[in-house]
Design a protein around this ligand. Sequence first.
Ligand code: ADP
Ligand code: MG
Length: 353
Amino acid sequence: MKNSRIAIFVLMLTALLSLSACSNRDAPPVYRSQILAFGTIVELSLFDVSAAEGDKLSSDIRNMMEAFHHRWHAWENGPLLALNHALSQSGHSRLSADDAALIAQSLTLAKASGGLFHPALGKLIALWGFHSNELPQSPPSKQAIDATLAMLPALDQISVDSNSNEIYNRSGKPVYFDLGGFAKGVIIDRSIEVLRQHGVNNAIVNAGGDLRAIGAAGERPWRIGIRHPRDFGVFASLTIKEDESVFTSGDYERYFEYEGRRYHHIIDPRSGAPADSVASVTVLHHDGATADAAATALFIAGTQQWQRVAKAMGIEHVMIIDKNNKVLITPELAQRMEYEVSPPPIIEIHALP
Ligand code: ADP
Ligand code: MG
């Protein structure tokens, strides 16, 4: 179900993207491929790349994504579960330099977000039933939520020694990393690195609407779409400048309904329940990992706190769509955004403090 919805959306985005690619008839074509990775369709758009080169790059990127998916899978038996076990049992584990850097990056983003992006909240995600390929049927009890919250480790009690690549859990509580809130950003950043290493400087890596775009499609800048949180259309579109990531967190990605209420997969670590104030948050930032973590954090921050949390995370460009389709947006992004819905939305422009 989710994949078919995403496929429709990717096709729509492809149509949008094609606008920029086809407008110059003499321009070299854009190579496109679709990779099925971590349950999402990832679309590569590579400008001025031969089919043979494109196929080789797609296959390299797919292999990298699969290895990453296995390495960091939050609930299937594998290396992350082993790490969680070691941290919970002995409070300590040694990682590869790469893995230690990734955990350290997640903790840095978490601290900047004031703990709203909390990569060690795996037990809560599992309690809500989202550590499964199937969607849950009903929410957990209040008692179960409180008991799980009480066992959530404090972020400042988890640390990485960047010299020895050792990770320590001094919280006295079990640690369950779940990097789902920024993994897509990390893997998109790595894909862009692979492309650049092979001399490809004009490309988009798009994982179901979360993307990073570099360069341009020849003379024309890349143009991307942002999904409507309440139907499968495009809500707004945007022209990309040189190297930008655009990530959206929404209450429509993974959710179930119970007794008329929607319960989704972005959990507020303060309440232990799905964050409940807006429909989606889009962040535009240089790197994908920061944009992804920030979209998750700002979604939780909601209409009252997003400006403060954006500032703390070094984010300048945000668009929030609230539950009535009203747009709250930062000034520069407001200048660049083109709305694809009719009638156009009500827009409030908010400068960051
Ligand atoms: P999507 O993956 O739909 O684009 P997100 O980037 O917001 O959306 O990631 C949601 C995933 O992040 C959840 O499935 C879960 O694995 C994880 N997650 C949920 N709540 C949080 C949180 N408060 N902090 C960090 N990660 C979270
Ligand atoms: Mg995210």
